[in-house]
Ligand binder design. Structure first.
Ligand SMILES: *[C@@H]1O[C@H](CO)[C@@H](O)[C@H](O)[C@H]1NC(C)=O
Ligand SMILES: *[C@@H]1O[C@H](CO)[C@@H](O)[C@H](O)[C@H]1NC(C)=O
Ligand SMILES: *[C@@H]1O[C@H](CO)[C@@H](O)[C@H](O)[C@H]1NC(C)=O
Length: 802
């Protein structure tokens, strides 16, 4: 009873944080972190071996653990880790958040202090829509600088629980907005850039971005490399197959995701593998849900895979109270002690919440947990703190010691937030080049809709922006004679009482911008949608305003989840549609610049926009592949067979573009890439034949790298405006097996283009990665035969031969 009560209170606490964080002041326990309280403080506490920076990290971590008593060890198994006064170690709060800027959703961050705000970048789904790796990386580094600055004044920790890289599998998902979208390759690329930026990849090397990664300087004699150092720690979450909040009778705490090996291998896991292997993230968070009957935090096999196969170095945290849920909600174990034992043995190192704090002692007494299990966890935890430099003595003398309030909300960071919104906003419809508006002929502009006046433009996990401005205020800086009417008094829009005012306001203006869509009342943590239509009477508001306006209107859509706006797509009175998602603190300015033609939009959708009928399929069905025998249409652009409102990658520009393949091979031969034993029996053993088509298992190949080739591409800007353009190269392989994707993204690159000029670029193709997919056993296979590369409507065939 006590336990359950606490648990519910805790969830309530999470929800309060989500909705009221800027107002709700979290008790500032972080103040104990602020200097002058730090580990290894001279003169009394600096002589321990764990303070000796000449020793390897692992030696120092083990030494520290060896000093601790069992009760002291148990006190460390929580996000709110206790102080160890006799060793001079202050308390530490592991839980800080930084999804798209420093946010107070975790108790590690506080905005009451000398730093009152932090840069609020667009929500991740919007930043993803830029398809610009440099931008993703720079945002990670800017957040790292602000994080260190806030840490230095005692307002944040150094361990941040971002990025969220679960696949945006279902359009109803309340947290799809937090992710880079539905494509595993894009999510992987995002994870790599964000984590490298956040963990300090740029800071360490040089001011040159792009070639800074992987530069390893071996530190004197101890075998550690510079890449082990962390500016701040990033966390790949939520591992794995987590993408349902609350839908019907299902909720994330008790949901069992039934996932095939095939989908696990080529949809759910790739972002995590990349986040760890290439991003080198120092934290992994296991999710609430079960995966095929076993709660994710008890999936020792999957956590082990991350450490051994993917080379994960860092700590594994449970999602908040995801150890309690193993027993309480998943009912996977018959006691709290068994839940603690199961997750520790599976490889979890720390529990967000107090469940391990309260149940580990008795688990040991009952012989379910050994002290060695705890020691292993503590070595992982302290190693990350050591890599962060937390045991190197006076932090003000460290390489990040000078960062402070002057490094937060800098003009550079705020410009980057603006740049992200400019690059991420997507133009969905633009009849007869209605946009951009000519500034000189816009004598009056009406802005309509409740979402135009809010300055909460960041979506979930937002902090307090440097300069909060609404979309309406964004227009005020760029145009004169602007009027505003809400039309609906809130986003749920259950009443049309205010329609008349909006109609009158619109009638009088030359041009009308209607802002409609979603906010946290519709989609957020613990809340999935049930419909893809605009909420309440919003659709009626849009149509009524469009019907009376002098000119066709511009519809601006907010929200992270796809909307069925087919009514607007087909209405000639609605000339243009833009998706701004949650564009962050500079979103209003970016939107005004695009509508008035100062910026040419180049964002493209990172997720499919499905029609309302898609909601007939259960959200709980994790299958990616279509199954006609049960009327199941499949999910995402790779497998979905139904109609779409807008496809993955859709996004218009004020210019038009054409492509050319400048060079790409016509054939690639596998000879020489098969492992020795297989070469002899190529046809009989390795190459499987199905209905005349054949394929080969990728793990039977020795040297996939030698198959890589570069595709040279020319992009012609056919319009009278310069503009950035995202080139997307897709491939379509032979359908050798059930479950072949219809098409998949091979590469993307955002390029600068000049009006009426062509630009050259290239995409590196690795057939083993980009042309392969998983078979029903979760083994990656590469189909032999013709693979069609597509660039817009251009095609080029590359044949994979033996
Ligand atoms: C964290 O733990 C400390 C004791 O180490 C306690 O005083 C504080 O209230 C705790 N904070 C939270 C948010 O639970
Ligand atoms: C301002 O807009 C109104 C209509 O909303 C229009 O009648 C008026 O002429 C405009 N004023 C200027 C100075 O353009
Ligand atoms: C990618 O983003 C960076 C950072 O904002 C920017 O400097 C660069 O121009 C962008 N690239 C393109 C092609 O838009």
């Amino acid at each position: 009873m006590g336990v359950l009560f606490f648990f519910f209170f805790f969830l309530l606490f999470l929800e309060l944080l989500e909705f009221h964080s800027p107002i709700l002041r979290i008790p500032v326990t972080v103040s104990s972190l602020a200097y002058p309280d730090f580990p290894c403080k001279p003169p009394h506490h600096s002589s321990y071996p764990f303070c000796n920076t000449a020793l390897p990290i692992s030696t120092r971590a083990r030494s520290l653990v060896s000093f601790l008593t069992l009760p002291e060890k148990i006190q460390q198994l929580t996000n709110n880790a206790s102080a160890i006064p006799r060793l001079g170690i202050p308390h530490y709060e592991w839980w800080s958040e930084s999804l798209h800027g420093i946010a107070p959703n975790g108790p590690g961050v506080s905005f009451s202090g000398t730093i009152p705000s932090a840069t609020n970048f667009p929500q991740v789904i919007v930043t993803a829509a830029s398809f610009n790796r440099t931008l993703w990386n720079l945002i990670g580094s800017a957040i790292a600088v602000e994080a260190r600055a806030m840490y230095n004044v005692g307002q944040a920790g150094l361990t941040f629980w971002a990025p969220n890289i679960n696949i945006f599998r279902d359009p109803r998902w309340g947290r799809g907005q937090e992710t880079p979208g539905e494509d595993p390759m894009v999510a992987s690329a995002y994870a790599i850039e964000y984590v490298r930026g956040l963990q300090g990849g740029n800071w360490k090397s040089s001011d040159e971005i792009g070639n800074v990664f992987g530069a390893k300087r071996v530190l004197s004699g101890n075998g550690e490399s510079e890449s082990d150092e962390l500016m701040v720690s990033a966390c790949c979450k939520h591992f794995t197959a987590y993408d349902l909040e609350k839908w019907g009778d299902f909720n994330r705490y008790s949901f069992n995701a039934v996932v095939s090996q095939q989908d696990l291998e080529d949809t759910y896991q790739p972002p995590f593998r990349s986040c760890i292997q290439q991003g080198k993230a120092s934290c992994l968070m296991c999710s609430y849900n079960a995966v095929n009957g076993v709660p994710a935090c008890a999936r020792g096999d999957l956590l082990e895979l991350a450490r051994t196969k993917w080379g994960f170095k860092g700590y594994i945290t449970s999602d908040c109270d995801a150890v309690a849920t193993v027993y309480e909600y998943q009912k996977y174990t018959s006691s709290p002690e068994d839940a603690v034992a199961d997750v520790l043995k599976a490889g979890v190192d720390i529990n967000c919440g107090t469940y391990m704090l309260r149940n580990t002692q008795s688990a040991i007494q009952q012989g379910k947990v050994n002290e060695e299990d705890i020691d292993r966890a503590l070595v992982n935890l302290f190693s990350v703190q050591l890599r962060l430099g937390m045991f190197d003595g006076d932090p003000t003398r460290g390489q990040f010691g000078k960062l402070g309030p002057q490094d937060v909300c800098t003009p550079e960071h705020r410009t980057l937030a603006l740049e992200a919104a400019r690059q991420g906003i997507v133009l969905l419809k633009n009849d007869m080049k209605f946009l951009p508006l000519n500034k000189n002929i816009v004598t009056s502009l009406a802005i309509i809709g409740p979402l135009a006046s809010t300055n909460k433009l960041g979506g979930g996990y937002s902090g307090i922006p440097c300069t909060p401005k609404s979309l309406f205020e964004g227009f005020q800086e760029h145009a004169k004679n602007i009027s505003y009417a809400a039309g609906c008094n809130d986003v749920p829009c259950n009443s049309d009482a205010d329609f008349d005012e909006a109609i009158q306001t619109s009638r009088q203006a030359d041009f009308v911008v209607i802002v409609a869509g979603l906010d946290a009342t519709q989609e957020t943590e613990d809340l999935d949608r049930v419909s893809l239509l605009l909420p309440g009477k919003q659709m009626a508001l849009v149509s009524s305003v469009a019907a009376v306006s002098k000119n066709p209107v511009i519809l601006v859509l907010t929200g992270g989840g796809p909307l069925d706006v087919s009514f607007a797509e087909s209405n000639p009175q609605i000339a243009s549609i833009l998706w701004v998602g949650y564009p962050g603190e500079a979103g209003g300015k970016a939107l005004a610049e695009i509508i008035l033609g100062q910026v040419n939009p180049g964002g493209r959708l990172p997720m499919t926009w499905y029609p309302e009928s898609f909601t007939n399929i259960p959200m709980t069905d994790m299958s990616m592949r279509a199954d006609p025998s049960r009327g199941y249409p499949g999910r995402t652009y790779r497998f979905y067979t139904g109609n779409r409102i807008y496809g993955f990658g859709h996004g218009l520009s004020y210019s038009a573009f054409s492509y050319k393949f400048l060079s790409a091979p016509n054939a690639v031969s596998l000879s020489g890439t098969l492992k020795d034993g297989f070469r002899k029996n190529i046809l009989s053993q390795v190459v499987k034949e199905v209905d005349g088509a054949s394929y080969i298992q990728v793990d039977k190949m020795q040297n996939c790298n030698s198959l890589r080739f570069s595709v040279q591409i020319s992009v012609m800007n056919l319009g009278d405006r310069d503009g950035n353009h995202v080139v997307m190269l897709f491939s379509r392989g032979p359908k050798v097996l059930d479950g072949s994707p219809d098409t998949q993204l091979v590469g993307f690159v955002r390029v600068n283009t000049i009006s009426y000029k062509s630009t050259e670029t290239s995409v590196l193709v690795d057939p083993c990665v980009h042309f392969s997919f998983a078979d029903e056993y979760g083994k990656r296979i590469l189909p032999l035969g013709d693979h069609t590369l597509t660039l817009g409507d251009m095609e080029h065939i590359v044949s994979i031969e033996i």
